[in-house]
Design a protein around this ligand. Sequence first.
Ligand SMILES: [Zn+2]
Length: 86
Amino acid sequence: MKINCCPKCGSTIEVSILCQYSRNHFIGKRGKMLNKYKRRDEGSIDAALAFCTNEACDVQWEDRDFALDENGYFVDLKYTERSRGW
Ligand SMILES: [Zn+2]
């Protein structure tokens, strides 16, 4: 179900969407890799984590434990649907 805060302690939820970047170096005329590089954004790697911002709280979601719907709402699939209790 859609939630707007931690189901256990009510703190803010933080979502961490994992992305990847590459540093693309060129090989110079002498055959040596140059320090100069272009950074390329390879985009999302389709992995995300979410966790409660309260450090004393152990609530966290892995990739399959939550969803973000088309309007950006956080949908909990772990605590409020699949199983009850912690
Ligand atoms: Zn919490």
